[in-house]
Design a binder for this molecule. Structure first.
Ligand code: GLN
Length: 430
């Protein structure tokens, strides 16, 4: 018994999602940066990191790409850490603009950029890093090293890409001149755009982004290193900005349909945060009209639906889905508690892969579970099937008959018991 370690079904589910969007070649890679225009449009990746630091990835999740606008929330976090909210609010507002990312726009009443997620706001935020007197290189190094701490590895800058962006940066230069005109920034417009462009050119993988965004999900604690990198209040503020403005002129529709604070970048990255639960990242270079990655948006829609991730759906969340694992004689009883959404099911799967099962029978007690999300149901049944495939007899104690069908993915049926007496060691399960 217990001959093979239990494996996780999550990467398989991720592969299935990638397969479902792989053939969609609609959209176009960003045209206005020559290096991005010539980039391979095909890579496709999905990665997730939980606040406990469990990472799952599929597809080209080790493929490096430049962060572009995905750098904006993290630069905003660093500016808030360095200067405090009031000083940052004096430079950049908190209102969604509903405009394109590169709009030459300011708040009419204050002459400040509307928010830190559009270019005008991000250029102003970049100028705050390391103080107004900082050289471009020192400022950029501050950002690169902070992003590296967030990712848990040393990140590098694609200087060729930033050079190719600077060559055609008339739009961002106009924004910088506008900011200078209204005394939002002091630096020379070219240096301001160079510094911001280098910030955008830090290279990450989808796995890195999942970890970085999971740090925001965890209230600022980096899930792999345990380092406190962002104050909880700052993390909350950054997530709020992502929710209202992270997807530019698609932000309202995104919040209503996907319901996950998110940020996209023109090189094809997209990251999303489930506060208190997990960080998600996708990579796919072709963009829609709003500059958001077509297949990334599709993947997020599907994940949100399948996994019940919409932030506004009021679900009872539980930190520890596995209440106990107890062995009586030859029977091990795993008791679950709380709503079984994706995070809860992940907690269950992780607990069973860590547990050394022995004896003959494993019973899953779901008497304290009020509801199952479809994805939670699928993953939990899959975990139980894998316990069975490792040589145990398995059954589900489901007194309220919460599970409509007990068929496993291989077509076999799981046994159900409905009275507590059947839970004893004497019960002979077939
Ligand atoms: N560097 C890019 C720019 O400023 C970033 C834009 C984006 O990713 N949406 O145009």
């Amino acid at each position: 018994m217990n001959t093979h370690p239990l494996t996780m079904p999550i990467p398989e589910y991720f592969e299935e999602i990638l397969d479902s969007v792989r053939d969609d070649t609609s959209g176009e890679v960003a045209q206005y940066i020559s290096q991005l225009k010539n980039a391979d449009p095909n890579p496709l990746a999905l990665a997730m990191c939980t606040v406990d630091g469990h990472i799952y990835g599929a597809g080209d999740d080790e493929h490096e790409f430049t962060m572009q606008s995905i750098s904006k929330p993290f630069a905003y976090a660093l500016a808030l850490q360095e200067h405090g909210p009031d000083n940052v609010f004096a430079a950049v507002g908190l209102e969604p603009s509903g405009e394109a990312f590169n709009e030459l726009s300011l708040d009419g009443a204050t002459n400040r950029p509307m928010n830190p997620m559009i270019n005008a706001g991000a250029i102003a935020v970049n100028q705050l890093i390391n103080g107004v007197e900082s050289s471009v290189e020192d400022r950029v190094e501050k950002l690169r090293s902070y992003f590296s701490q967030l990712a848990g590895r040393e990140l590098t800058i694609d200087r060729q890409l930033s050079e190719s962006e600077i060559e055609g940066a008339d739009r961002n230069l106009s924004i910088a001149h506008m900011l200078r005109n209204y005394d939002v920034i002091e630096d020379d417009a070219h240096d301001a755009v160079l510094s911001y462009t280098l910030q955008c050119s830090v290279k990450v993988t989808a796995r890195d982004l999942a970890v970085m965004t999971a740090t925001l999900a965890a209230g600022g604690i980096q899930p792999l290193t345990g380092e406190k990198l962002v104050d909880a209040r700052v993390a909350r503020l950054v997530l709020s900005m992502m929710a209202s403005a992270g997807m530019y002129d698609e932000a309202g529709q995104w919040l209503a349909t996907v319901g996950i604070p998110a940020k996209s970048g023109v090189s094809g990255g997209l990251m999303g945060v489930l506060p208190g639960q997990l960080g998600l990242a996708t990579f796919s270079p072709r963009l829609n009209k709003q500059g958001n990655p077509v297949r990334g948006v599709e993947i997020f829609k599907r994940l949100s639906e399948d996994m019940g991730l919409h932030l506004m759906s009021a679900e009872l969340l539980t930190q520890h889905a596995v209440r106990s694992i107890e062995k009586k004689g030859q029977t091990t009883v795993i008791q679950l508690q709380g709503a079984m959404n994706f995070s809860a099911a992940e907690n269950f799967l992780f607990s069973i892969t860590e547990h050394e099962f022995s004896g003959e029978t494993v019973i899953l007690d779901i008497s304290r579970v009020p509801m199952f999300r479809p994805m939670g149901r699928r993953m939990i049944k899959e975990g139980l099937r894998r316990i069975r495939d490792n040589g145990f007899r398995v059954a589900i104690f489901d007194p309220d008959e919460l599970l409509p069908d007990l068929e496993f993915s291989d077509g076999t049926e799981c046994r159900q018991i409905t009275s507590p007496e059947q839970m004893g060691d004497q019960v002979a399960l077939t």
